[in-house]
Design a protein around this ligand. Structure first.
Ligand code: ADP
Ligand code: MG
Length: 560
């Protein structure tokens, strides 16, 4: 048994690590399982190229809680380490990595939460353990097993171990203030959160499996059972496969796997798969969305090589897409950085615009290939599309071709179709196209009927951000304007030759007008007595379009 001193400038890295990542202690388990996974995948690679002459077999990683001994074990069957390698990788590399990390971020740079997701590696074990042991045996021929111990000070011991099997076992002696990590439920929760899709099977305890009854068994004979490894992860999640190998039902199944509590099926999916100029895979789902702008976000999960990183993808995908669900996996997203850095990062910008483009292309192909179905789904997806059109110019250009504008009668037009349809009838004195819309079919019923009686199309636009979108369309298209059916007398909006004549006498009109104005007592509204075509409405009360829109936009905040 030898002792040694790790060559670092800090005396005791343990309190530093602990202080630094106070809120994020739980990531130690992800770090250790990532190392175990790396070690296993390295062995897989070495055996596949003939460099390691061992049987790779079907290795698993095991996590074991020893509550009485106050220990947590992480055991792998990977490449293991020789004594020299422990010296090098654990005493030098890992420690210097941890030290470098601390030096870099110690002075309060822990902004925006993403720091701390990665980078500490092996030494994050000291966030929860007062002592860490490594038992390891290299795959190399004649390698002797090694035992390393350290209590977080730069002193360590290194000696022989009597480990028989290839691989590494990390033993954490859990500290008094971290006993939560001796609870099976807590460990289960962490495994579910971080390791659900890691590429090597992870065993945590056993479970009872019910076997089929043997032939000739009686009706009320109990079915035989057996104890099997409780594997907590799916090592081959859908996003790691080729889109051509998957069917619609596979995508739906994966959605349920991601969101077990979500009973509603997604409307459609988008499989992301690119390896140049950056590497990114993933599957995004369009859930049914309501008109509620405060829809839960944080539903897209970010992974790096199948290791969960975060479910806050702000800064990585454009904001309007954070309403979607699914998984993005990319090793090219820098993680030990702040959000503001992230947004300025070139690779991240490219990733963001790639995702935007893929979403637009998918929507476009759905629109082109099955318009009827697209129209059916419109109400559930419009909020994302409208939001995207408002916030991303590139998306606007694409979506302008498939964004739909429904009429009060349930027809759906693209903007171009709408223009074509109304261009002969609905122009004002400046030759501007007047697009009439209603926001509430019931409340604006009589106005709608009156407009329809004159042969005008009335759209039904009821999204919370529609006033912003209308303004966007008015500024980006030539000679169009939106007007709500009750905005003004229609004949003031639209140039018409044959103006209707009121059924009331001039005297009656004036009287009625005076009475109504007294009742309304609000200067924002105008009483208009010009009779409309339908007999039901001898007069109308209007609020100018710009007044109402201003109020609405104040309510929904910025956006354009
Ligand atoms: P990183 O994983 O980023 O290299 P870590 O601090 O997590 O940094 O680990 C340092 C090194 O220790 C690894 O690169 C690896 O060489 C070695 N190591 C850690 N855990 C294991 C393990 N379970 N099996 C084999 N080697 C390991
Ligand atoms: Mg690591």
């Amino acid at each position: 048994m030898a002792t040694g001193k790790i060559n670092v400038s800090v005396d005791n890295i343990f309190p530093l690590i602990k202080k630094f990542l106070y809120s994020d202690h739980e990531i130690f388990l992800r770090e250790l399982i990532s190392n175990a996974t790396d070690a296993t995948l390295k062995l897989k690679h070495l055996t596949s190229i003939g460099e390691a002459k061992v049987d790779y077999g079907n290795p698993i990683i095991e996590v074991k809680v020893d509550k009485e001994g106050k220990k947590l074990h992480i055991i792998d069957q990977g490449i293991g380490m020789t004594q020299d390698e422990v010296e090098k990788y654990i005493n030098e590399v890992a420690f210097s990595g941890a030290e470098e990390f601390l030096n870099k971020y110690e002075d309060g740079a822990k902004d925006a939460g993403i720091i701390g997701h990665f980078g500490l590696g092996f030494y994050s074990a000291f966030m929860v353990a007062h002592k860490v042991e490594i038992f390891t045996k290299s795959f190399k021929e004649d390698a002797e097993a090694v035992h390393w111990t350290c209590d977080g000070s730069p002193e360590f011991t290194l000696g022989k171990a009597d480990k028989k099997d290839r691989g590494t076992e990390i033993v954490l002696h859990i500290a008094e203030d971290s006993t939560e990590f001796l609870e099976e439920n807590r460990i289960s929760e962490l495994l579910r959160k971080y390791n659900k899709f890691m590429p090597i099977p992870i065993k945590f305890g056993t479970r009872t499996e019910t076997l089929p009854k043997p032939e000739g068994a009686k009706e009320d004979d109990p079915a035989p059972t057996k104890e099997v490894d409780n594997i907590i992860n799916n090592p081959n999640p859908a996003w790691t496969k080729q889109p051509t190998d998957l069917e619609d039902k596979d995508y739906k199944e994966f959605y349920r796997e991601l969101y077990p509590m979500q009973f509603e099926e997604p409307l459609f999916h988008i499989h992301l798969n690119v390896d140049y100029p950056f590497n990114l895979t993933g599957i995004l789902y369009f859930p049914k969305l309501t008109n509620d702008l405060n829809i839960q976000k944080d539903k897209i999960q970010l992974y790096q090589n199948q290791v969960f990183v975060t479910d806050n993808v702000e800064g990585i995908v454009p904001e309007f897409l954070t309403m979607l669900r699914g998984v993005i996996d990319s090793p090219d997203i820098p993680l030990n950085v702040s959000r503001s850095y992230l947004q300025a990062d070139g690779a991240v910008k490219k990733i963001s615009s790639y995702i935007t483009r893929k979403v637009a292309d998918k929507l476009n192909s759905l629109f082109k290939n099955n318009r009827e179905d697209f129209e059916k789904k419109w109400n559930d997806i419009k909020i994302v599309i409208e939001y995207g059109m408002l916030s991303e110019e590139k998306f606007f250009e694409k979506a302008d071709k498939f964004a739909l504008y429904p009429t009060v009668d349930g027809d759906y037009f693209t903007f171009e179709e709408l223009q074509e349809k109304i261009k002969d009838k609905q122009t004002d004195k400046d030759d501007k196209l007047v697009i009439l819309y209603a926001s509430d079919k019931e409340a604006q019923h009589s106005y709608i009927e009156a407009a329809k009686a004159k042969g005008y199309e009335v759209l039904l636009l009821d999204s919370p951000i529609i006033s912003h979108l209308m303004q966007k369309l008015e500024t980006s298209k030539e000679k169009i304007s939106f007007a709500r059916v009750d905005a003004d007398h229609i004949d003031n909006l639209i140039k018409k030759e044959d103006t209707q004549i009121s059924k009331l006498s001039d005297e009656e009109k004036e009287k009625l007008k005076a009475n109504l104005e007294e009742v309304i007592d609000d200067k924002n509204y105008t009483v208009q007595l010009e009779a409309m075509d339908s007999d039901a409405s001898p007069f109308i009360i209007t609020e100018p379009e710009f007044m109402r829109r201003m109020k609405e936009m104040q309510q929904t905040g910025g956006g354009g």
